[in-house]
Write a protein that binds this ligand. Structure first.
Ligand code: OFO
Length: 164
């Protein structure tokens, strides 16, 4: 059985993951509106991944005999100043999610809830990748600055993102 506090926090994490999907899908819409098709596709893939993350928590709560509770999702930002602004926000958001996962691991250790701690290890590794991918794009965009040609090239490259 999951502890009460753990079940609350895992349910909150479903909300965090779905809110992440919402944020990234809204970023995709922003990129679409600006004509950056590759970046839009990158964000769309990211949004899809977040839904998979939410489902992992959903399935885990159910497997442990808990009760899933869906909560309201906040409206995501509508627009950004630039691609760099959007990807910087995505990186900041991933850092927030990493802090959330760390909090869940701390709680699992405190509860001596080994099953949850092991389940969370996948997310610990995933967050390393998530931050790395967002950081790569942010660094690339910083180097590009306002070079339209280089931006088009990066947009093309990001559009080739697979289902990682
Ligand atoms: Fe972006 O990793 Fe889940 O939230």
């Amino acid at each position: 059985m999951l502890g009460k506090k753990m079940m609350e926090e895992l349910n909150k994490q479903i909300n965090e993951e779905l809110a992440s999907a919402y944020i990234y899908q809204a970023m995709a819409a922003y990129f679409e509106s600006e004509g950056w098709k590759g970046m839009a596709l990158w964000m769309e893939k990211q949004a899809g991944e977040e839904q998979v993350h939410a489902k992992k928590f959903y399935d885990y709560i159910n497997a442990r005999g808990g009760r899933v509770r869906f909560q309201a999702i906040q409206e995501p930002p509508f627009s950004y100043k630039s691609p760099l602004d959007a990807f910087s926000a995505a990186l900041k958001h991933e850092q927030h999610i990493t802090a959330r996962i760390d909090l869940l691991v701390d709680l699992a250790r405190k509860d001596r809830d080994n099953a949850t701690e092991i389940m969370l290890q996948w997310f610990v590794s995933e967050q390393v990748e998530e931050e790395e991918h967002a950081t790569d794009v942010v660094e690339h965009l910083k180097k590009i600055k306002d070079s339209t040609g280089a931006l088009f090239q990066l947009d093309h490259q990001l559009g080739k993102r697979g289902g990682d």
